[in-house]
Design a binder for this molecule. Structure first.
Ligand code: ATP
Ligand code: MG
Length: 351
């Protein structure tokens, strides 16, 4: 099926127009992305250590991980976007809160605790006379698992507020010591089962196969690893990936969006598995943030009444907008999604 034929323009407009009436929450790992630019032309060899210091002349911060998913929802025009997580009582947590609030995200449900460290990825950029170079990243992570009382507080918070949400997106993005612990995951699986009227969806790098009763958004590698950890996903055909999508769908009881990078997405439901091609893109490309844009758009569309196939088409459009944005974790607005749809239609007419 062609992308343009997966959804009519009037239907796309109808869905995009409904977004401002929706309330969507994001629960999971939030991170702060920091870009520190050092002007090495100003660097003088230090007397104390035989090293050239990095004189930072610019700092720039943006929401990462689940916070970027929330940002994508806000830019898509969702009426109310809220974040559920646990941040550290530290300067990075305060900057992240500011960056999110500033982008229209409700951070009131976030729990702040001195027992946590706000996940931060600092990317030092060294500039010289003509050139620019990235230095090794500095990461702030959590050395210990989320404590029992914080697990309980997080579960309590979302259980208390789920009634006010139309959808909940789970961002299980950190491999170790993130906030989606086994207990939190079990609680979310139960919450999804107790609220079949709501759209729940999850993006998980390592554990997508452990979620139940909610929409899954694995990429082809994550999906393969969930069922066949010993198989090389790169060697699998689209037919083999279709089988994997169907099995994951059966296992979780909800649609599966199995993303295929430049090949688009397989949308698997209990009835069918459809391949929706990617939207056209114009290089140079920067794939960072494609997955976040995809899940945000797919979930928003589903809540606004789109079928899974329509949601897959809209999500492909949003992801294409984002990967054309260089050197940033991009977002896609309804206007940009509509422009991309028109571009996809004219590209299909020419072929
Ligand atoms: N080269 C590309 N051309 C067109 N669309 C693309 C391309 N790469 C990715 N996309 C779009 O982005 C979506 C998500 O990409 P992908 O399958 O790589 O997810 P992901 O691995 O979860 O991404 P991320 O690395 O951001 O986590 C795809 O379904 C597709 O719509
Ligand atoms: Mg991903």
């Amino acid at each position: 099926m062609s992308l343009a034929r997966s959804i009519a323009r009037t239907r796309l407009c109808e869905i995009l127009d409904a977004l401002p009436t929706l309330s969507i929450g994001v629960i999971g790992d939030l991170a702060l992305d920091a870009y520190w630019t050092a002007d090495m032309k100003r660097s003088l060899l230090s007397r104390e250590t035989p090293r050239f210091p990095r004189p930072v002349i610019r700092e720039f911060y943006s929401p990462g991980a689940g916070a970027n998913v929330a940002h994508n929802l806000a830019v898509m025009g969702i009426g109310h976007v809220s974040a559920f997580s646990v941040l550290g009582d530290d300067w990075r947590g305060r900057i992240l809160d500011h960056e999110m609030t500033h982008r229209g995200i409700d951070t009131a449900p976030i729990i702040v605790s001195p027992k946590r460290s706000t996940t931060t990825y600092i990317k030092p950029i060294l500039t010289g006379y003509e050139s620019e170079q990235e230095d090794a990243r500095l990461d702030f992570e959590n050395a210990n698992p989320l404590t029992d009382d914080l697990e309980q507080a997080l579960v309590g918070q979302i259980t208390h507020e789920i009634d006010d949400l139309d959808a909940l997106l789970v961002a299980d993005q950190i491999e170790v010591n993130g906030v989606i612990t086994e207990r939190v995951r079990d609680a979310l699986n139960r919450l999804a089962s107790d609220h079949p009227e709501k759209v729940l969806a999850v993006d998980s790098r390592q554990r997508i196969g452990l979620f139940r009763n909610m929409i899954l958004k694995p990429n082809w590698m994550e999906a393969t690893k969930a069922l066949y950890p010993e198989r090389d996903a790169r060697a699998l055909s689209i037919e083999a990936l279709t089988e994997i999508g169907k099995r994951l769908c059966k296992q979780c009881g909800q649609p599966v969006f199995l993303t295929l990078s430049e090949s688009g997405v397989l949308v698997c439901t209990a009835e069918t598995c459809q391949h929706i091609p990617a939207a056209p893109v114009r290089p140079p490309l920067d794939p960072v943030g494609a997955g976040d844009a995809f899940i945000s758009a797919a979930v928003s569309a589903m809540v606004a009444g789109a079928s899974p196939a329509e949601a897959g088409a809209i999500a492909n459009l949003a992801a294409a907008v984002v990967i054309e944005k260089l050197n940033q974790t991009g977002t896609a607005s309804p206007v940009e999604i509509l422009e991309r749809y028109d571009l996809a239609c004219s590209a299909e007419e020419r072929t």
